[in-house]
Design a binder for this molecule. Structure first.
Ligand SMILES: [Zn+2]
Length: 118
């Protein structure tokens, strides 16, 4: 699969592994509209995401960076704790998810290539 330089660079930097199919054991947990998911350094991308692929990869690579920084277990604990805190603050499940600080950073990373060589 041919990817932009900046994404290949991020994959190398984070030592992520990108798979273009969901493994069978993950499928029952995922909704149809979930385009990609990151577990540790493995990024699973649903087949046929088309034009969204690069955005999805930038998003998931940011999660791999976060996981590398925090450690796997700590990342998932902080993620869930923050989600529950948001729900308790009265947010809908979707808003609670979108306002997790890890998600805010990952959505921001979708827009901008991390390093732009001038
Ligand atoms: Zn995310």
């Amino acid at each position: 699969m041919k990817l932009p330089f900046e994404i290949n660079e991020a994959i190398a930097e984070t030592r992520a592994r990108v798979r273009f199919h969901y493994p069978w054991w993950l499928r029952p947990f995922l909704m149809e509209r979930v385009g990609a998911i990151t577990i540790g350094r493995r990024i699973y991308v649903r087949s046929g995401v088309g034009e969204h692929l690069h955005r999805l990869l930038r998003h998931e690579l940011e999660h791999v960076r976060q996981i590398n920084k925090k450690g796997l277990l700590r990342f998932y604990i902080l993620y869930v704790v923050e989600y529950l805190k948001n729900v308790r603050a009265g947010m809908t499940s979707y808003d609670a998810y979108r306002n997790i600080s890890f998600e805010r950073d990952a959505y921001a990373a979708e827009e901008v290539p991390r390093s732009v060589d001038v």
